[in-house]
Design a protein around this ligand. Sequence first.
Ligand SMILES: [Mn+2]
Length: 269
Amino acid sequence: MDLQVYNTLILSDLHLGAETSHAREALCVLKENRFQRLILLGDIFADLNFARLTKEHWKFLGHIRKLSNPKRNIEIVWVEGNHDHGLTNIMSHLVGVRVYQQYEWQYSGLRHMAIHGHQFDGFQVSNVRLSKLGTSLYLKLQKLDFKGKPIVRLIDRMNTRWLRLSPKVAVGALVHARQQDTDRIFCGHTHQAIHIENDGIHYYNAGGWVDSRLTYLTVDEQGVQIHEYHERADDRDSSQERGETDSSLADVAGESGLLEDVEYESVGR
Ligand SMILES: [Mn+2]
């Protein structure tokens, strides 16, 4: 049990209601960590069809409701994503938390901002006034994300939309942070956990809970950390949920949030 109290714990893209949602594992993270603020950074629901929620999904929501009890003294922030858009009323009744489009806070003398990130996935580098920053950073990110990885060999077979999604959101968020005079900007949406620093501004993506890599972020005096969730032996009898066959493709696909077109469409971002 980690007794450290984080200033903030951030998780995004749980997609409750989707078969691939790792709600049970996400609940373990909330139980195994202590924090003063929890940010649910969007797409916590896959859609607003509650009939698809399983017992594990309801348990996660029940725990959020418990944490929102004022006696716990934990601030719970729900930032809307594109999948859980329109939740303001439902959420305040169901689990007793406030919903934001964009949430800002000060910590350690730095300005922090949490925004889901779908706002940036239509980001056009050519439309940015700061085109010098935008273009060079965009090219840099594309190399950074894919350089030296076997993934380039798969490009032709894959939907090209996702290929640009992660760098697009990163660049859009960094430009937004600069315009809003923010030091650290936190997003989800891409399902790819990453940290990028540009000119003193830090962009963090919390990743997601529907692929094989399950990630969350923490903020404390030491800074921001990207954590990958690994099941502890006592959390489950067997931690082997996935086969080992075809591991290279599976690893690459998992790491990048890479899915076949059909699955991409159904899971969404
Ligand atoms: Mn999203």
